[in-house]
Design a protein around this ligand. Structure first.
Ligand code: GMT
Length: 381
C-alpha cells in the first residue's frame, strides 16, 4: 500500500457527524501522504488547510429567478468533473448518499464521455438511509446510486442491515465504523473550568448534538429532572445548536431547571467540555453509530444511550454505560444515578476509555485505505 492516491472527498461541511468523519478521514489520509481534495459548498468545519496534501474546492451555485430550488446537485457534479480533470484524481469518496452519490454518478458519466474513468465509493452515515433516504421522494434515486457505486461502506452493521432490508440493493456493503483521534480526544486537567461550572462539586452531565428531533433532547432534560428529584447534585451541559434548541430552552424554563442547565452552543473544542464531564447522554430515536458518544468515551466519560441502531455496537451495557429502550426515561435516570455513585464512576470511566481505543483512527483508517485499493483493483471503468 505504498502507492499514494489522489482522492476527491465529497461531504457536508457543517457540524453533522458525516462531515466530521469525512474531514477527519481526509486529514488522516493526507498525513499518510495521500492527496485529498474536498469538494463541498463551504470549508468543512474541522478542516485546517495546513498540509501540502489538503485542498478545498468550493462548489458555487448560481441563484436565478427561475430556480425556486437552486440545483446544487448539478453544480456539485460539474465541480467534481472539473476537479477530476484538473487534479487527475484516482478516486471519489462521497459521504452521505443524498445527493452526493447521485452527483458522483452523474459526474462519472460526464467524465466517461471524455474518456476518463473514475470509481466512486459511497459511505452511508445514517439519516441518509434511516430517515431521509427511505422517504419516497428520494428512495428510487438513493437505491440506484447505491447500486451504481463502485464501493459502498456503512458505519455500522445495523445500518448495513437496515439498508439491505429497506432498499433493493444488489451491491456489497462493507462495514467500517466511525473512528477517533485519541491524541485530540483525551481527558485533560481543566480544573479551573470545572470549578467555575460546578462550584459545589456537582456532577456534570453532558449532551452534544445538532438538536434535531431524532436526538430526543427532551429526554435528556427529563432524565436530568428525575435525577435531581432523586437528590443528585448535578448540572447539565447542553452543547450544540439546531431546530429544537428553542423548545428545549423553554422546557428548561417551564421545569424551573434553568439554574442547573448551561446551553453552551456550538463549541469547537468539545474535548474540553468532555474533559470535565461525568456522564454523557444520547437518547436518540435513531443513531447509526453515535460518533458524539465515542468522543465522550475517549475523554473517559461513561455513556447512557438508547439501544437503537448501531449504539449496541459501541456501548457495552453495564460496562461503558447502559442502554435503554427509546423514551424509557425512568430507567435512564436509575442508571444515571448508579453510574454517578462515587464507588461506581471510576470503573465506568476506565471501561469507556478502553472501549474507545477499539475505534482508534490508527486502526480504522487503514481499513479505508485497503478498501480504496480493493475498489481500484476491481474497477474496469
Ligand atoms: O444526525 C447526526 O448526528 C448527523 C449525521 C450525519 O450524517 O451528518 O450523523 C450520522 O453520521 C455519524 C457519522 O457516521 C454517526 O456517528 C451518527 O450516528 C449518524 N446519525 C444518525 O444516525 C442520527
Amino acid at each position: 500500500m505504498d502507492k499514494k492516491l489522489k482522492i476527491g472527498i465529497i461531504c457536508y461541511p457543517t457540524y453533522g457527524g458525516s462531515g466530521v468523519v469525512a474531514t477527519e478521514l481526509g486529514k488522516g489520509l493526507a498525513n499518510k501522504g495521500h492527496q485529498i481534495h474536498f469538494i463541498t459548498y463551504e470549508q468543512p468545519t474541522r478542516l485546517d488547510l495546513l498540509s501540502e496534501n489538503l485542498f478545498y474546492h468550493k462548489v458555487d451555485f448560481r441563484q436565478y429567478p427561475l430556480f425556486k430550488f437552486p440545483p446544487y446537485e448539478l453544480a456539485l457534479a460539474s465541480k467534481i468533473v472539473n476537479v477530476v480533470l484538473n487534479e487527475k484524481l484516482d478516486l471519489l469518496h462521497v459521504h452521505y448518499a443524498i445527493p452526493h452519490a447521485s452527483a458522483a454518478y452523474l459526474a462519472k458519466q460526464v467524465l466517461k464521455e471524455k474518456n476518463i474513468s473514475i470509481p466512486f465509493i459511497t459511505t452511508l452515515h445514517g439519516t441518509d438511509i434511516t430517515l431521509v433516504g427511505k422517504d419516497e421522494s428520494y428512495e428510487p434515486v438513493v437505491s440506484f446510486s447505491i447500486n451504481q457505486s463502485d464501493g459502498v461502506t456503512s458505519v455500522s452493521q445495523s445500518l448495513k442491515e437496515e439498508t439491505l432490508a429497506f432498499f433493493d440493493i444488489n451491491n456489497d456493503i462493507t462495514v467500517i465504523p466511525n473512528f477517533i483521534d485519541l491524541k485530540r480526544f483525551k481527558k485533560t486537567a481543566k480544573d479551573h473550568f470545572k470549578k467555575a461550572i460546578s462550584p459545589h462539586g456537582e456532577k456534570l452531565i453532558t449532551h452534544t448534538s445538532n438538536f434535531r428531533k431524532v436526538k430526543r433532547v427532551e429526554d435528556v432534560v427529563k432524565v436530568f429532572e428525575l435525577i435531581l428529584k432523586k437528590g443528585a447534585c448535578a448540572k447539565l451541559l447542553l452543547v450544540g445548536d439546531g431546530p429544537e434548541r428553542r423548545h428545549i430552552e423553554e422546557l428548561c424554563h417551564e421545569k424551573s431547571l434553568f439554574h442547573h442547565v448551561r446551553f453552551l452552543g456550538k463549541i469547537e473544542a468539545i474535548e474540553e467540555v468532555l474533559s470535565i464531564s461525568d456522564l454523557f447522554i444520547m437518547p436518540s430515536e435513531k443513531e447509526s453509530f453515535g460518533l458524539a458518544a465515542l468522543e465522550a468515551m475517549a475523554c473517559e466519560v461513561p455513556i447512557l444511550t438508547t439501544n437503537t441502531g448501531g449504539l449496541p455496537e459501541l456501548n457495552i451495557h453495564g460496562e461503558t454505560g447502559f442502554m435503554s429502550n427509546i423514551g424509557d426515561i425512568e430507567e435512564m435516570a436509575k442508571n444515571a444515578l448508579f453510574i454517578l455513585e462515587d464507588k461506581n464512576l471510576p470503573k465506568f470511566k476506565r471501561a469507556a476509555l478502553l472501549r474507545a481505543k477499539d475505534f482508534d483512527i490508527h486502526k480504522v483508517l487503514p481499513r479505508y485505505e485497503e478498501f480504496y485499493f480493493e475498489v481500484l483493483e476491481g474497477f474496469s471503468g
